[in-house]
Design a protein around this ligand. Structure first.
Ligand code: WTA
Length: 662
């Protein structure tokens, strides 16, 4: 079978691409694009911040807003103040009222091949029934409801039911551990949990309820729990004393209508916990008006979503990408959004292409890590399917190397679909840096210019803009509607994490610092280089090295740990754990297994170390700081620079000899 170009050819291609091969969007795409006028950049700049009315206009408001942006309390910006709306109304009722009640809202496919389609009116019906159920359980406006569910339709249903009654949701990724669930429920004081019995992974039923129960034992207050029966008889659908059955609740409230609560634009729509520099996850707060406007606007302008499209973002709703671009953005625009429960290689490595063909998917959005895996599996898998329904491709979550970009362009898009490489974060709510697919030329490996209205810059350590061709730190120098408003119950941390580095408080000039490094070229195209804090990006998932380290030092026998990211062919980065054991502990396989288990228990399998390297010492500077950079180079197999400034240069060789020799 034909394989990808061998290494030599690959390297040559990479070099050619690095030199700046560019691609124009195909004329056939431009003709039909939602946004195709290059003037949009100037229009936004000249009318800033009024330009953002364009985003707000994508929604239906119960009460028109008075002011687009209020900045008197910056960086606690407020958007569309005075306005009132409901997110669930915007994602459901208005489409039903507009004659789209029979259009598919969600097309879901389970891992074993079963399918479910919810039209807009079906979805509204079930959302209302579950909203009524939540109310019956005592959920009131502003109560945080935790949703610990895998990729099943009940997840977006529960999100929209929460939104309908004005209860912010906090979705915890189903792959996270029991401890991670407990930490998040405690931090949010969340007294309600929606979870399920289990789900399928590679054909096998996974017991999710057991994990949820274990998590609940770590929650310091009472919790009302609702359990969705995903697996039927496959697993014993055991409900604890205080748990409610989702199906039963919904059937009791079937047919009830629940008025969407009118929410202030600045009222919280949801919380999403994400990793930061310190061990405690950060509760990113997003609002109803700004966030939803921004998710809808970027879905329209960047993903080119139209109501008649079938759109598929192959992310998990447990992350921000799924919130903005599986649920809120596409449903606000009234399109058909596809959801897939399982893994891309089950039962075969063509599963996703089979789904694209069967559903006539128009737009496909995924992460570079997935593309690198597809590339490794070979083009014979997409080649087995008719992918001609595709019009636009997108990527998100981590830098895409030009070769993977090219493969995606050639083998999935058949050279006819523009690719949008979208840079953004949990905190930004939606896309910030990317080409507009009907406007800008594409440069593989570079995300593109900031979106209209976004003032992103690359600066040096003192905050001055770097010259074209140089690298520096990415900053965002004006606010945008989708931005986080604060970290839940922690304004101080909000200020110190994002606004301290480059703002001039005296001058009331506020600069948002996303903690990414980046490069800019003469056309203003930005290439993201990766995090500059202690966050690593494993398969597009954001993990805090401190969180992993604290899990490891919690394992009996471990004295000290340093966790870094090392280059990984598919995952982008992988977790490398350097560990010092206590005197009486031995570096046995079972010790390594316990360390890995410790990480899985504290966070989840996604944080599992690729290698655990036991060492008597960590390389330290004379002042006693761990040389992380050096540990990263060792993990990545890079050439090691001068180590003579270390206090203990002799440990380096010893460590390096261990890496990759397992
Ligand atoms: C990284 C995911 C390069 C970046 C939406 C950012 C990217 C972090 C890109 C946020 C991209 C996201 N190119 N890097 N197109 N998109 N990143 O919060 O380091 O899970 O800071 O949000 O992912 O991860 P998060």
């Amino acid at each position: 079978m034909a394989e990808e170009p061998d290494t030599d050819e690959g390297t040559e291609l990479e070099a050619r691409l690095a030199e700046g091969e560019t691609y124009e969007p195909p004329a056939s795409f431009v003709e039909q694009a939602n946004v195709s006028d290059p003037e949009i950049y100037e229009e936004f700049e000249e009318n800033w911040p009024a330009c953002w009315e364009r985003a707000a206009d994508m929604l239906s408001w119960n009460q028109a807003y008075d002011t687009v942006l209020e900045d008197d309390d910056a960086p606690f910006y407020r958007w569309f103040t005075g306005g009132e709306l409901n997110a669930s109304y915007n994602c459901l009722d208005r489409h039903v009222e507009d004659g789209a009640k029979n259009r598919a809202a969600i097309k879901w496919e389970g891992e074993l091949g079963e399918t479910r389609t919810y039209t807009y009116s079906d979805l509204l019906y079930e959302v209302e029934a579950f909203a009524a159920s939540l109310r019956e359980l005592g959920v009131e406006e502003d109560d945080v409801v935790t949703l610990y569910l895998p990729m099943i339709p009940e997840l977006p249903i529960a999100m929209l039911a929460c939104a309908r009654i004005g209860a912010p949701h906090s979705v915890v990724f189903a792959g996270f551990s029991a401890d991670a669930l407990a930490t998040r429920m405690n931090a949010a004081d969340s007294e309600y949990l929606v979870t399920c019995d289990g789900y399928y992974r590679r054909g096998d039923p996974l017991n999710h309820k057991e994990k949820a129960d274990k998590g609940l034992r770590g929650v310091d207050h009472d919790v009302e729990t609702v359990v969705v029966d995903r697996l039927g008889d496959e697993l014993n659908h055991f409900l604890g004393a205080s748990a409610h059955d989702y199906e039963e609740l919904v059937s009791e409230h079937e047919g009830e209508s629940v008025e969407p609560v009118s929410r202030d634009a600045e009222d919280m729509l949801f919380l999403m916990y994400t990793s930061g520099t310190t061990g405690q996850p950060k509760g990113v707060k997003h609002t109803t008006g700004g966030y939803l406007s921004y998710a809808a606007w970027t879905s329209h302008a960047v993903l080119d979503v139209k109501p008649e499209d079938t759109y598929w973002c192959a992310a998990d709703i447990g992350w921000i990408t799924g919130h903005s671009y599986i649920v809120y953005g596409p449903l606000a625009l009234g399109t058909t959004t596809v959801m897939y429960e399982g893994t891309p290689d089950y039962p075969e490595k063509d599963r996703l292409w089979d789904l694209v063909e069967k559903n006539d998917v128009d737009i496909f959005y995924t992460a570079p890590t997935a593309i690198r895996a597809f590339m490794k599996w070979g083009k014979q898998y997409p080649d087995q399917h008719d992918l001609s329904s595709l019009r636009l491709l997108g990527t998100v979550g981590e830098p895409i190397n030009p070769r993977a970009w090219q493969w995606y362009y050639d083998h999935i898009g058949d050279g006819e679909c523009p690719i949008v490489d979208t840079w953004w974060q949990t905190e930004t709510g939606g896309m910030m840096i990317t080409t507009l697919p009907g406007v800008g030329e594409m440069k593989p490996g570079s995300a593109g210019p900031p979106l209209p209205g976004i003032d992103a810059r690359i600066v040096d350590a003192s905050g001055d803009q770097v010259e074209a061709g140089n690298a520096g730190y990415l900053t965002v120098n004006n606010p945008w509607p989708g931005m986080l408003r604060t970290l839940y119950r922690n304004d101080e941390r909000f200020l110190s994490e994002y606004w301290q580095e480059y703002s001039d408080e005296e001058a009331d000039e506020w600069v948002y610092f996303p903690e990414d490094g980046a490069k800019i070229d003469e056309d203003g195209y930005i290439t993201i280089l990766g995090r500059v804090d202690d966050v690593i990006n494993v398969s597009g998932h954001r993990l805090g090295t401190m969180e992993i380290e604290s899990a490891i030092v919690g394992v009996e026998g471990v004295a000290e740990a340093a966790v870094v990211g090392g280059d990984h062919e598919i995952k982008g980065e992988a977790v490398y754990a350097y560990v010092i054991l206590e005197d009486d502990a031995d570096a046995t396989d079972s010790m390594r297994d316990r360390i890995i288990e410790g990480v899985e228990d504290a966070i989840g399998p996604i944080a599992r170390p690729e290698e655990v390297i036991v060492t008597p010492e960590l390389p330290k500077t004379r002042s006693g700081k761990i040389m992380r950079r050096l540990l990263e180079d060792i993990a990545s197999g890079n050439e090691l620079g001068n180590t003579s400034t270390l206090r203990n240069p002799e440990v380096v060789e010893d460590i390096a000899a261990q890496v990759g020799n397992d």
